[in-house]
Design a protein around this ligand. Structure first.
Ligand SMILES: [Cu+2]
Length: 214
């Protein structure tokens, strides 16, 4: 019985060692094979995982669709400006031969009122038919010529320009003396920039010009 048990125990130990060795080797081979399989499985899974990724990129797309939503808001802002009351711009006609300001940028539908604040007669005129220098009478295509007629001191003349574009007008008696003004009418929905600084600099230039003439 002892021998048998010793043989059995030694067989058992041998069998255990053999099993351990076989499992180690099989583990190695199995690990390699399975890792290859996993890599293959991952590579085959990667397209599947790549599909969710576009789906995840599709989530930013709604965000991108939210940006177009912001654009209507921006277009809504000009609409508010369009719905706003038209602005009246005052241009003083001054002696000896000056429009103040002589450059205006206005929104479509705004009104310009010329006021003769001088002591002599002036006009505010945009008529290519009666201008001496064609450069002094410029109006966009489709716009109508206009003429205030003679403005006595204190007289006013108002006009609303309905066609966007660049205008150059003049004073009939004083065109040759350089009494010229320009108006830019912005496109529908555009609003004129804040240009008070430019106006003041223009005024300074105008005053210098007047000083030169005086
Ligand atoms: Cu004049």
């Amino acid at each position: 019985m002892r021998r048998l048990s010793v043989v059995l125990v030694s067989l058992l130990i041998f069998a255990l060692l053999a099993a351990c060795a076989s499992t180690e080797s099989s583990d190695d081979s199995a690990t390699d094979d399975s890792s290859d399989d996993v890599v293959a499985a991952e590579s085959s899974l990667t397209p599947d995982e790549a599909d969710p990724t576009p789906t995840a990129t599709a989530e930013p797309d709604p965000t991108a669709t939210a940006e177009p939503d912001a654009d209507p808001e921006e277009t809504a802002t000009p609409e508010t400006a369009e719905n706003g009351d038209p602005v009246e711009h005052i241009v003083e006609i001054q002696d000896p031969h000056d429009f103040d300001p002589d450059e205006l940028v206005i929104a479509l539908g705004d009104t310009i009122t010329f006021i003769n604040t001088g002591r002599i007669n002036h006009t505010a005129t945009l008529d290519p038919e009666i201008v001496r220098n064609p450069d002094n009478a410029v109006l966009p295509e489709g716009a109508e010529p206009w003429d205030s007629g003679d403005l006595d001191p204190g007289d006013e003349f108002s006009i609303t320009l309905e066609v966007p574009g660049d205008y150059v007008y003049f004073c009939r008696p004083h065109e040759v003396l350089g009494q010229i003004g320009s108006i830019t009418v912005l496109e529908e929905g555009e609003t004129p920039p804040e240009s008070s600084d430019d106006d003041s600099s223009d005024d300074d230039q105008d005053n210098e010009e007047v000083d030169d003439y005086l």
